[in-house]
Design a protein. Structure first.
Length: 180
């Protein structure tokens, strides 16, 4: 799809804030290809709007998305993780994980066990209350996310998931090698 095709397709779906921004840039720089802005801008705008919604089921449970991601990582891996492993699983900084773990431990959702060979290492696992919370809220959270995506038909959702998966896979590979 060319940038021009992308603009035409976007126009048939309705106006969004990125369309207005693109038109403004095209007025200032008529020869500039704004195709990448139309994609990246929309991804960023969607992400911002989804973050503002704050995931209603999580909010009702008194959890932030990053806290739920930590609990979810402990639940889905099915075994204890170190704080460093949790940081990698959740794409978070070590400091952010430490802060969230402190709060989740105080709430009785996560417990910490010291390593028998190295006192500097901690192993983390869900408590029964943490596992029950994740198992209870996950279906509700998925139903909420389904309702958010209901503006797209199922084939459209599948197409979007595939395209985003392809983009993410390539970015992770490319950016991963740049960081190394």
């Amino acid at each position: 799809m060319t940038a021009a095709n992308g603009r035409q397709a976007g126009a048939t779906r309705g106006e969004d804030t990125v369309s207005a921004v693109v038109r403004q840039w095209q007025a200032v720089h008529p020869g500039l290809d704004t195709g990448p802005m139309e994609i990246i801008g929309r991804i960023n705008r969607c992400a911002a709007l989804l973050q503002q919604a704050e995931d209603a089921p999580l909010r009702r449970a008194g959890l932030s998305r990053p806290e739920f991601d930590l609990l979810g990582a402990l639940r889905r891996t099915g075994h204890e993780l170190t704080p460093g492993e949790l940081a990698r699983e959740t794409f978070s900084s070590g400091a952010a994980v430490t802060k969230r773990l402190k709060q989740l431990t105080e709430r009785g959702l996560v417990e910490r066990r010291g390593d028998t060979r190295d006192r500097r290492v901690a192993h983390l696992r869900l408590t029964d209350a943490g596992r029950d919370l994740v198992d209870g809220i996950l279906p509700e959270q998925l139903a909420y996310e389904t309702s958010v995506l209901a503006v797209l038909d199922l084939p459209g959702q599948g197409e979007l998931a595939g395209l985003l998966g392809e983009l993410l896979g390539r970015l992770e590979g490319r950016l991963g090698t740049l960081r190394a």
